[in-house]
Design a protein around this ligand. Structure first.
Ligand code: FES
Length: 258
């Protein structure tokens, strides 16, 4: 078990992609941990969204003379993609730090959390439990494979804003992944991007298809198979499912729906 030492910083990422802690769950948990470990500096950070970035808080820890930094994902559900980005961001910071500022604090990544117990206890257990050293040899943030815009035929935007997410957006996204897989349609054919709120929240789950400029309202999981077959495979937009939309200022284009 690790012992919390002075000059130790603990950085916990806010467990939403918008950087919000709406019920102050994380803030309260960290206050509890500060009481338990008065020699440790506890800070929050975000991988995306608003709030101080992980790299910003790492800079602050290094400037404050921290000898060790423990990074904990505040996500309470297992998220492999998020964990991969976590490692990449830290590896990137270590490389930048080595180039520009000399030695960095030892950084360790705590094991993830689950959603089964009191949040503060989970955070404390993660901080005191097994950690792995962060390395500057992890995969970089750029790659030749990511140098160009992919040559997809269609780009599908699935809204994962809070309203669409509450209206079945996650299930739509899963169903779309499965339907595309089943038809052998990869990113080169259909590029799927999950977005934040795209504004017509009342129509959720909202899905937009480009370059066709078709916006679907209420595209629930049970509609996905027909959506894929008719539109993405057959090229025929299902205009009956299109959401109401305003006229665009100066638009004379041939949108397929709406
Ligand atoms: S949450 Fe999807 S359009 Fe607003």
């Amino acid at each position: 078990m690790n012992v919390i030492r002075s000059h130790r910083w603990v950085i916990v990422t806010v467990p939403t992609d918008r950087g919000e802690d709406p019920r102050d769950v994380l803030t309260t948990a960290l206050a509890t941990l500060r009481d338990r470990h008065p020699g440790t500096t506890f800070r929050t950070a975000v991988l995306g969204g608003s709030g101080p970035a992980v790299t910003t808080v790492l800079d602050e820890a290094a400037s404050a003379g921290a000898s060790e930094v423990v990074l904990v994902s505040g996500q309470t559900l297992h998220d492999r993609k998020m964990e991969a980005w976590f490692r990449r961001v830290v590896g990137h910071w270590l490389r930048e730090r080595a180039d520009d500022h000399g030695p960095a604090p030892q950084i360790r990544l705590a094991a993830g959390l689950t959603d089964t117990a009191t949040y503060a206890d989970l955070l404390g257990a993660a901080i005191d439990g097994d950690t792995t050293p962060a390395r500057d040899t992890t995969a970089p943030l750029s790659s030749p494979a990511w140098d160009e815009v992919p040559g997809f035929a269609r780009h599908v935007l699935i809204c994962r804003g809070p309203r669409c997410s509450a209206r079945g957006g996650p299930e739509t996204a899963l169903a779309l992944d499965a339907a595309l897989d089943a038809r052998g349609l990869g990113d080169d054919a259909v590029l799927v991007t999950q977005t934040g709120c795209m504004f017509p929240c009342s129509q959720g789950p909202v899905v937009a298809v480009y370059p066709d400029d078709t916006w679907y309202a209420g595209l629930t999981a049970d509609r996905v198979a027909r959506f894929v077959d008719d539109h993405l495979v057959g090229g025929r937009a299902i205009t009956a499912w299109a959401g109401a939309r305003r006229d665009r200022v100066g638009d004379t284009g041939p949108g397929l729906a709406g």
